[in-house]
Design a protein around this ligand. Structure first.
Ligand code: NAD
Ligand code: TYD
Length: 343
């Protein structure tokens, strides 16, 4: 395992994972394969752009010809698939791209991995495949998937196809299911970077419904270390949950975030809820801990560090918020906030 194809490596977690790999393993080569959708951003990889071990290929994971050519050209032995459409609210507006990339694209990568006899195919998945989790329970890896949004359903499909390729063709696969990641380079449609950047500009923070939904907001660096651990020490054919094992209400997350940015609570606006909003996700993370991994940061530390990164890196997010983002924001929040809330 030393020639990696990191699909979706120009996105949030993928780019953090590329920086992690190149920072920790001197003999690894990393090829980022990314379509550069609205969420892909080569600014995330500026730190390694001159590294001779790093290559970039612009391409779609749904394109078997280009994936095969890239795997052959760079003698890839391992695919780590981060490429996906990832935002639940966008999947509610228009699920089409979610099915294409997350279902069909995953299938294309699995077929190439099989044809080219790769050493490993790793699928990066999400806690959302388990669906809404009742208070007092935490999901374990053998639980049935019960996705409720188009995004979650498309990710669960990718997981099932990945496991089918293990069972049917003996393809050496592993899967990780991560809780909500936060940290540097996250597109400001997800709640923490959206609220941090809005708060910095004294714009309202649109909380869906009562704001008492619960999420495990883990630091992206912790998640990347866990994926690394599973790649090197995980058992083939197995699924591993990744998170802190603790969750908090969105209102608590907002309090910590406003405190970190020294902004007042009256920026909070309760707005119309997301349809089918999952109230709670909660992961049991004993299995990945048994590989010798544990998170370094608590949720509160992760939220504060993330808020400070956005405060200190306006160069990164201001240009994003000027572009495609504005059309999306108007469609998603225009009516919810009224015109006063949309800058
Ligand atoms: P992101 O939206 O920031 O980035 C996705 C990347 O994939 C972008 O660079 C985009 O250009 C690329 N991409 C999209 N469609 C593509 C295609 N057809 N071909 C090639 N590239 C394509 O996503 P993220 O938050 O970094 O998530 C990465 C992975 O982790 C996803 O699979 C997601 O489901 C999973 N995940 C995310 C979270 C989270 O909190 N963000 C939590 C658990 C799991
Ligand atoms: P999000 O970052 O979209 O991640 P996910 O839905 O995949 O967990 O949302 C995290 C939580 O924040 C979720 O409970 C929905 C809520 N939320 C809001 O209250 N307002 C918002 O504007 C957004 C984007 C999310």
């Amino acid at each position: 395992m030393k020639n990696f194809l990191i699909t979706g490596g120009a996105g949030f977690i993928g780019s953090n994972f590329v920086l992690h790999l190149l920072g920790h393993y001197t003999d690894y080569q990393v090829v980022v394969y990314d379509k550069l959708t609205y969420a892909g951003n080569l600014d995330n990889l500026l730190e390694v752009s001159d590294d001779p071990r790093y290559y970039f290929v612009k391409g779609d994971i749904c394109d078997p010809g280009l994936v095969t050519e890239t795997v052959r050209k760079y003698e890839i032995d391992t695919i780590v698939n981060f490429a996906a459409e990832t935002h639940v609210d966008r999947s509610i507006m228009d699920p089409d791209a979610f099915v294409k990339t997350n279902v069909n694209g995953t299938y294309v990568l699995l077929e190439v991995a099989r044809e080219q006899n790769l050493e490993r195919y790793h699928q990066v998945s999400t806690d959302e495949v388990y669906g809404d989790v009742p208070e007092g329970y935490s999901s374990i890896e053998s639980d049935p998937v019960a996705p409720r949004s188009p995004y979650a359903a498309s990710k669960a499909s990718g997981d099932l196809m990945t496991l089918a390729f293990f069972t049917t063709y003996d393809l050496p696969v592993t899967i990780t299911r991560g809780a909500n990641n936060i940290g540097p380079y996250q597109y400001p449609e997800k709640v923490v970077p959206l609220f941090a950047t809005n708060a910095i500009d004294n714009l309202p923070l649109p909380i869906y419904g009562d704001g008492r939904q619960m999420r495990d907001y883990q630091y992206v660096g912790d998640h990347c270390r866990a994926v690394d651990k599973v790649l090197h020490f995980g058992e083939i054919g197995q699924v591993y949950n990744i998170g802190t094992g603790h969750e908090m209400e969105n209102l608590t997350m907002v309090e910590i975030l406003l405190d970190a940015l020294d902004r007042p609570g009256d920026l909070i606006r309760h707005v119309t809820d997301r349809p089918g909003h999952d109230r709670r996700y909660s992961l049991n993370v004993d299995k990945v801990r048994q590989l010798g991994w544990e998170p370094e940061f608590t949720l509160a530390e992760a939220i504060t560090m993330t808020a400070h990164w956005y405060r200190d890196n306006e160069w990164w997010w201001r240009k994003i918020k000027m572009g495609e983002f504005q059309t999306y924001y108007e469609a998603q929040y225009g009516e919810r906030l009224g015109s006063a809330g949309v800058s």
